[in-house]
Write a protein that binds this ligand. Structure first.
Ligand SMILES: NC(=O)c1ccc[n+]([C@@H]2O[C@H](COP(=O)([O-])OP(=O)(O)OC[C@H]3O[C@@H](n4cnc5c(N)ncnc54)[C@H](O)[C@@H]3O)[C@@H](O)[C@H]2O)c1
Length: 256
């Protein structure tokens, strides 16, 4: 088990489903205290109570819309009131699978969907970081992990609004790393490959997740659990001198 995360206070956004749920379980298993947050409040509550069922007091949940600054400030306040500090922020929430997106070509994307994509996937990071930074700066420590996507590295046929938003996450990571390094805060990024994160995948989704396997060095479907080790490493003291980096976790598809 990875060392150094015991009793750390972690916020995971978009943690009610998919990969965010796997990160939350991984943090709790490593001994951290986890705020499971999602725009889907009941889903976040379910994940938190599952964690608390194994280790009482280890998790809380909150309904948070990352695109709403007041909601992100309330998130930070709730966590501070409950746990007294904020050590780690994982900016995982996005419009992706649970809230579906148009995966078609540029002509088919509604400008309103473009705007909402940027509001959640990019402005959401901006709001969540601003909500926790006063605490992390005062502590003179903190770790932020943002989530980009392998689609940025390879390009993607369709869903240009999603890929553009995730490309922004990498620039955001590098710039914030420079801004907050003086306060001993590390900011890194994970770019996951296509991951079977859907709760009840249809045959079509299973085919879609199978498709990248041939282009990978490691020939199998990627699961949410495949991302957890890298996440815990980036949030542990083992990565204390690493910041501004994007790590590609995709079974060896894209090489940075
Ligand atoms: N699964 C993949 O193939 C894949 C690949 C690359 C990157 N990613 C990224 O990984 C992260 C997790 O993806 P996932 O596959 O688990 O998808 P997902 O859709 O299940 O997870 C996203 C979560 O964010 C929540 N969310 C959406 N809008 C929100 C908002 N405004 N405020 C708060 N929460 C909100 C959703 O309810 C959901 O729980 C996302 O950032 C996604 O872009 C996923």
């Amino acid at each position: 088990m990875i060392q150094g995360l015991k009793d750390k206070v972690v916020i995971v956004t978009g943690a009610g489903h998919g990969i965010g749920r796997a990160y939350s379980r991984g943090f709790a298993d490593a001994g951290a205290r986890v705020a499971v947050t999602d725009i889907d409040g009941p889903a976040a509550e379910k994940v938190a109570s599952e964690i608390s069922g194994k280790a009482e007091g280890r998790a809380i949940s909150a309904r948070v819309d990352v695109a709403d600054e007041a909601s992100t400030k309330q998130m930070a306040k709730t966590v501070l009131d409950r746990f007294g500090r904020i050590d780690i922020l994982v900016n995982n929430a996005a419009i992706f699978a649970t809230i579906p997106m148009n995966r078609g070509g540029i002509e088919t994307i509604d400008p309103a969907e473009w705007d909402r994509m940027m509001a959640v996937n990019l402005k959401g990071l901006f709001f969540c970081c601003r909500a926790v930074l006063p605490t992390m700066r005062a502590q003179k420590s903190g770790k932020i992990v943002n989530i980009a996507s392998g689609t940025v590295l390879s390009g993607s046929l369709g869903r240009i609004h999603y890929v553009t938003s995730k490309a922004g996450v990498i620039g955001f990571t590098r710039t914030l790393a420079r801004e907050v390094g003086g306060d001993n805060i590390q900011v890194n990024c994970i770019a996951p490959g296509s991951t079977l994160s859907e709760d009840n995948p249809t045959e079509e989704i299973l085919r879609m997740r199978q498709a990248p396997v041939q282009g990978r060095s490691l020939k199998r479907v990627q699961k949410p659990e495949d991302l957890v080790g890298a996440m815990l490493f980036l949030c542990s003291p083992l990565s204390d001198f690493m910041t501004g980096q994007t790590v590609s976790i995709d079974g060896g598809q894209n090489f940075l």
